[in-house]
Design a protein around this ligand. Sequence first.
Ligand SMILES: *Cc1c(COP(=O)(O)O)cnc(C)c1O
Length: 396
Amino acid sequence: MAGKADAHEEIGINTRLAHMGPGPSERHGFVNPGIQRGSTVLFPNAQVMRSESQKYTYGTHGTPTTDALCEALNELEGSAGTLLLPSGLAAVTLPFIACLSAGDHMLMVDSVYAPARRFCENVLKRLGIEVDYYDPAIGIGLESLIKPNTRLVHMEAPASNTFEMQDVGAMAAVAKRHGCVVTMDNTWATPLYFRPLDHGVDISMHAATKYPSGHSDILMGTVSANAETWERLKAANRDFGLCVTADDAYQILRGLRTMGVRLAHHMDSALDIAHWLEGRADVAEVLHPGLTSFPGHALWKRDFKGASGVFSFVLKADRPEDWTRKAQAFLNALTYFGLGYSWGGYESLAVHVYLGDRRICKGPTTGPIIRLQIGLEDVKDLKADLERGFAAVREA
Ligand SMILES: *Cc1c(COP(=O)(O)O)cnc(C)c1O
């Protein structure tokens, strides 16, 4: 984007998304970059091959297409370097392996994306790494859980499924004072609505599968690191050899161009529906950080620039033995909301949330929890769909 605008001018996010990256003059005027597929890269002679002076050397180490995406993400995250990995889960777990050794201890938020907890229990513990879980609301009380061998603190805010917020800046400062690496899963907010590295986090991870893809057709994870941790991460991934295809990198780069307008639409529709749900007699609670009634609202308002389109609500149901039947009646009556995992695409989705793996932060006890991904459909049609769900619950 250099040279296109005065460096001191405050450039809006949608303008940045539209113009970031190398200009069209470098590709014969075509607006979009090409897709460079490849494993083998040829060297002009044996001396250059030996000298490691050539920019591209082998497909797993990057291509112009994957670099274009990494540079765009570095600009959005304020990071020194970004890794592209085959899934969001790989992006969350690779930094743990890169930063932890046998005998180390890590602190993991109890409301974490469930497969990340499974990785800690199945893989890290087997490798001799101790893991303790903390309450997302702990704040600077985190300090009391830090041991002499604590090396890493992982955060995720808002939490998966229940959306608890964390005081990221204060907690990161405490962790850093004790020499820990601080990692954060920032998938929900995207770097458009929250920039973890500006709040003291070392490594920001994303499931690019969600909003950056935006169309439920690409799986990718990204890990963006500050200068202190970047070399260590890059070295770890050189050992693993994890990479993505140029075609997928191109699609994520394409998704970023429209992510600002898509997110704004997801945000407005989701807040509209969240407010509407909050006023209903058949809803016990709405779990959305953008609602003033939500316990984490003040932190969200202080730190975040916006909210994405995923939140949960609790169906009012007094007797726990009715919960599953009522949740299933609700879901089965929906037509526009698909029943499926993941989110961030253009289409709405709904799931019955399972919190059985939680230890500390057990979530609401007022009824079954339904998570909604609000897509780009018209809000009135989505509300009519949800009305069908509530009618089915009343009959169940
Ligand atoms: C979906 C998700 C992931 C994993 O992404 P995949 O690409 O599906 O592996 C990680 N973290 C969060 C918060 C997610 O929602």
